[in-house]
Design a binder for this molecule. Structure first.
Ligand code: GTP
Ligand code: MG
Length: 303
């Protein structure tokens, strides 16, 4: 069932198709201290790679200065608002990361949507690895991973161990779809984004698991790609309280996923016209080399 807030927040002032290749969705809850640097880095990276993009921030009912900081940094750093479109969305009340990501996915108009955490633990630089895998495999959901063999992770051992425990528990539930379901860095093709926005129901931190399960069951293809991850202090996930809650959510998700059927071929045509990956894969043209200068006169030759 749709939350009454969904309508208000999923529709903003920019309906219709946008001339963008990528949407970057950032869920935020009390991120006033961390979102500024993240947003500045996202904008700089989009500029460097010359990717036309919309940045969709979803403030999940924060009571601090999150929205104001994000607005200020966007206004200061976006130099070309036709190429980088800033779309701030907001939930009146805190509903959870899963609900915020759904709002962002529903609002996105780009052919590809990157969901990333507000603390920049995985930088937008990592997008290329995910896009390359999407191009190679034709899969619709590419999940960044801290547990793939080629991942480069800087995090406390306790954090890694809790990740392993969660993964083992998911295995027991028959939900070990990928090594790292929970990483806050995932690339959705538009059809996958729509499916998750429409069929996803999990508001809490386990929503990632539901998205992976939905895309798998719908036959859209899910891939896992190792990324560089830098743990940042100031996080909100508490492994002791949120861990058990997430396992309850996982069991609920498993139950709901049983009802999901593969998408009939007629509902998958987006997949064919959607592989507009070039703009996010191809590096921008490098500047033409400067014309060769005439050789410098030997020292002391023209006195
Ligand atoms: N919308 C929403 N987002 C949240 C909520 N809690 C956390 N987030 C967002 O979820 C993302 C990840 O949260 P973090 O606080 O970084 O989590 P963490 O404790 O660092 O855990 P890891 O990043 O997995 O190591 C950030 O973008 C947060 O702003 C919430 O209640 N609602
Ligand atoms: Mg974090």
């Amino acid at each position: 069932m749709r939350h009454p807030d969904d309508q208000r927040t999923a529709v903003d002032n920019a309906p219709g198709p946008a001339p963008v290749s990528l949407a970057v969705v950032i869920p935020m809850f009390r991120e006033a201290r961390r979102i500024g640097d993240t947003l500045a880095d996202v904008i700089a990276t989009l500029d460097k790679k010359q990717i036309p993009a919309e940045i969709i921030t979803v403030d999940d009912g924060s009571t601090d200065d999150t929205a104001r900081v994000a607005d200020r940094v966007a206004a200061e750093h976006i130099k070309n608002p036709a190429r980088i479109i800033y779309r701030p969305l907001r939930h009146e009340h805190n509903r959870g990361k899963g609900a915020a990501v759904r709002t962002g996915l529903a609002a996105a108009r780009a052919p590809w949507v990157l969901m990333m955490d507000a603390d920049n633990s995985a930088r937008l630089e990592e997008l290329e690895k995910l896009a390359a895998r999407a191009e190679r495999t034709g899969s619709a959901l590419i999940v960044g991973s801290r547990a793939a063999p080629d991942a480069i992770v800087d995090a406390a051992p306790s954090r890694k161990i809790s990740g392993l425990i969660f993964r083992a528990a998911l295995g027991l539930l028959g939900m070990g779809f990928v090594r790292d379901t929970q990483c806050g860095f995932k690339l959705y093709r538009r059809d996958a984004a729509r499916l998750c926005a429409e069929k996803g129901a999990e508001d809490g931190f386990a929503f990632d698991l539901e998205h992976i399960g939905l895309c798998r069951r719908a036959g859209l293809g899910v891939e896992e790609v190792g990324i560089r991850w830098q743990h940042r202090d100031g996080g909100t996930v508490n492994v002791f309280t949120d861990g058990p809650k997430m396992l309850v959510q996982a069991a609920r998700i498993r139950h709901r996923l049983r009802a999901v059927r593969p998408l009939p071929a007629a509902e998958q045509p987006e997949a064919r016209g959607l592989v507009e990956l070039k703009p996010i894969l191809t590096p921008p043209p490098t500047r033409a080399p400067e014309p060769a200068r005439p050789p410098a006169a030997p020292v002391g030759a023209a006195r």
